[in-house]
Write a protein that binds this ligand. Structure first.
Ligand SMILES: NC(=O)c1ccc[n+]([C@@H]2O[C@H](COP(=O)([O-])OP(=O)(O)OC[C@H]3O[C@@H](n4cnc5c(N)ncnc54)[C@H](O)[C@@H]3O)[C@@H](O)[C@H]2O)c1
Length: 447
């Protein structure tokens, strides 16, 4: 059985689904890096957030590792080149939190433009200052995005409908799209009223926003940073804020954060940071742009899906579970369903009701199981896109995983899985265009 080590807590669906797919999951949230290095050879995979750096020493010990999965967007805490050279697959989940980051960046801009932070504090302390809190409108402004990948694109998507000009600068050519026009850096600096950073932290982006960089902007601008703290020189930003070259800043990440993003590096607050903390045109948040209830689940789901795709789906699923465990139902089209049900009741003794007939039986463990027979009116669309007169329903285990596996095998999966109190349902097409309903049943609801 494949073993996965989890060194940080995540949404429970991550382990539940991996468990269901046949992996053995083990937690170790407390051991040091060295202690984990001592046992990592026993594992096929590791799931990590940001607890420590996965460096050469670690990778050298991880002789059986097939993948490193980071429940987050960036992989800068992992020596990716070395891991890849050792044949270890790297998995990240930017799809899981990019929408959250886009919304957070937008929230920061709107909050800064409308002085919400300051006005809120003033009203709550009994001050009613309207003129000094007069806001700005985004309408007609130019927003410059540096780094047009997952996060940058998600942010640009959020700006649709604001009547803003969106420019992006990226080292990779031709990444611009309908939501942002790709331009040279100097052009972005000439035109932007707002700058939002969405670059990874690399030697080139380290300290990128410094005095020289800020001075290259033609107009005073607002700065949003939801990328990495070390891309902004805080003391230079504080100076620019004092000189009104930067009109306001929304910072979700700080130069002084620890690698784990769990706290500031030092107990003592550096002077420049103190300035930002005191400034009422600066909004700070504790690295939570991608940290929503929704992204918690989406990140975990993205990781599960990507891990499952790494393995031969048949091998993993069959190591642990059957796929179809019985017939869940047989559905047919009828000119007159009520008459047909009556015929089956009279001639075959079926105990019919409004829906057809439910047959009860016991599985090999003695559990009560049901199979449904139902006629549908012949103009039903439920069997579509199949043109056939009937549809089969199969009882399955672990439908979510099975659908992932089936999709990976090239099977047509129709629509999204749906959950009801009597179980989960998914739909697929077989190779002769018969629609099949897959049902992970909860039979006792019918009893
Ligand atoms: N605050 C949060 O909660 C949070 C959440 C998710 C991601 N992030 C951060 O957001 C940033 C972007 O993440 P992503 O998933 O979009 O990454 P990504 O790799 O999808 O996109 C980054 C883009 O930046 C470009 N780029 C790299 N170096 C550049 C440079 N020197 N100049 C201009 N462009 C450059 C790349 O070509 C790429 O298009 C990362 O720093 C990531 O860690 C923060």
């Amino acid at each position: 059985m494949k073993r996965i080590l989890h060194i940080d807590g995540n949404h429970p669906l991550l382990k539940n689904q991996l468990e269901a797919a046949g992996f053995r999951n083990e937690d170790d949230f407390t051991s040091t890096k060295q202690e984990i290095e001592a046992k990592i050879a026993d594992y096929d995979g590791i799931v990590i957030r940001s607890r420590f750096k996965v460096d050469k020493t670690f990778i050298d010990k991880a002789v059986n590792l097939k993948f490193i999965a980071r429940v987050g967007a960036g992989l800068e805490s992992i020596d990716c080149d070395y891991a890849s050279a050792k044949g270890i697959a790297l998995i990240a989940a930017p799809e899981g939190n990019r929408n959250a980051v886009g919304e957070h960046a937008l929230g920061m801009i709107l909050s800064l433009f409308n002085n919400l932070n300051r006005a809120n504090a003033e009203v709550k302390s009994g001050k009613w200052n309207r003129e000094s809190n007069r806001g700005h409108e985004l309408d007609g402004k130019t927003v410059g995005i540096i780094g047009y990948g997952n996060m940058g694109k998600a942010f640009a998507k959020k700006l649709r409908g604001f009547d803003v000009t969106v420019l992006c600068y990226d080292i990779v050519p031709n990444v611009g799209d309908a939501n942002a026009k790709q331009v040279a850096l100097h052009e972005l600096q000439e035109q932007s009223d707002v700058l939002s950073l969405h670059i990874p932290w690399t030697p080139e982006t380290d300290k990128m926003v410094n005095e020289h960089f800020i001075n290259a902007f033609a107009k005073p601008f607002w700065l949003i940073n939801t990328a990495r703290g070390k891309s902004v020189v805080t003391s230079d930003l504080a100076k620019a804020l004092q000189e009104k070259k930067v009109l306001g800043a929304g910072l979700d990440v700080l130069e002084y954060e620890k690698l784990s993003f769990e706290s500031f590096a030092d107990a003592e607050v550096p002077e420049a940071l103190q300035y930002l903390m005191d400034a009422d045109n600066v909004i700070l948040s504790p690295h939570i742009a991608g940290w929503t209830f929704e992204s918690h689940a989406k990140l975990a789901q993205t990781i599960v899906d990507k891990i499952l795709l790494l393995y031969n789906p048949v091998e993993i699923v069959e190591e642990r579970q059957e796929r179809v465990t019985g017939i869940g139902g047989f559905f047919l089209k009828a000119k007159n369903p009520n008459e047909l049900k009556e015929w089956y009741r009279n001639h075959l003794g079926l105990n019919t009701d409004d829906y057809g007939c439910t047959f009860w039986w016991k599985d090999k463990n003695g559990a009560d199981c049901s199979t449904q027979w139902s006629p549908f009116k012949d103009d039903t669309t439920y069997f579509e896109p199949s043109k056939k007169e009937f549809m089969q329903n199969f009882r399955v285990q672990h439908l979510e995983q099975l659908l992932v596996h089936l999709e990976a095998e090239g099977v047509t999966v129709l629509g999204e899985m749906q959950s009801f109190e009597y179980g989960k349902f998914g739909w697929i097409m077989d190779c002769e265009q018969n629609k099949i309903e897959l049902w992970e049943p909860i039979d006792h609801v019918f009893l």
